[in-house]
Write a protein that binds this ligand. Structure first.
Ligand SMILES: Nc1ccn([C@@H]2O[C@H](COP(=O)(O)O)[C@@H](O)[C@H]2O)c(=O)n1
Ligand SMILES: C[C@@]1(CO)OP(=O)(O)OP(=O)(O)OC[C@H]1O
Length: 161
């Protein structure tokens, strides 16, 4: 792919069921919670959705193609590795992340007190300033109390511009 466009946009989503005995990891930060995400990996919906958004921005598929959940090698995987691979693909195609807009839907616990920590860690993993990481939290208003979900939009900027 030639980097013909100065900017590209990417979008991603991910959701996991909440279950007892699992850690709740969001943006690489372990959140004190009674339940965590059921998943093949660590179930970090922020990093999964972000990696999918990055890949979609350069039309490079999705994380399931790079890290199939049928492969035992990825069991318990730290999702920072998934994000790292997606960032490499974006760079190989001539782009860099500009800013990120993330939304997490979770009824409990409240995530507001962890907003700065999560944004700082996501920024660090992406090589960005925390001011480039927008993080919104929503409850499902009790409509989906047993899941955690994230959505992300990313701006990609042509490298070297
Ligand atoms: N897990 C969550 C969910 C929401 N918040 C914050 O609560 C406020 C109200 O959210 P609604 O979904 O009821 O509109 C909002 O300020 C969210 O940031 C939260 O901290 N943790
Ligand atoms: C990350 C992978 C691989 O460990 O598994 P999960 O942790 O279950 O996550 P999901 O968001 O369903 O998608 C991608 C998978 O291939």
């Amino acid at each position: 792919m030639t980097a013909s466009l100065p900017f590209r946009v990417g979008y991603g989503e991910d959701a996991h069921r909440l279950s007892a005995g699992r850690l709740l990891v969001l943006g690489g930060v372990t959140v004190p919670a009674e339940r965590g995400a059921e998943a093949h990996s660590d179930g970090d919906v922020i990093l999964h959705t972000l990696a999918d958004a990055l890949l979609s921005g350069v039309a490079a598929g999705d994380i399931g193609q790079y890290f199939p959940d049928t492969d035992a090698a990825w069991k318990g995987l730290d999702s920072a590795h998934i994000l790292k691979r997606a960032l490499e693909v974006v760079r190989e195609r001539g782009y860099l992340p500009g800013n990120l807009a993330l939304v997490v839907t979770l009824d409990r616990p409240k995530l507001g007190p962890l907003r700065a920590d999560i944004a700082a860690n996501v920024a660090r993993l992406c090589g960005l300033n925390p001011a480039e990481v927008g993080l919104s939290f929503k409850t499902s208003e009790g409509l989906a109390p047993d899941h955690v979900q994230a959505r992300a939009t990313v701006l990609l900027v042509r490298a070297g511009d």
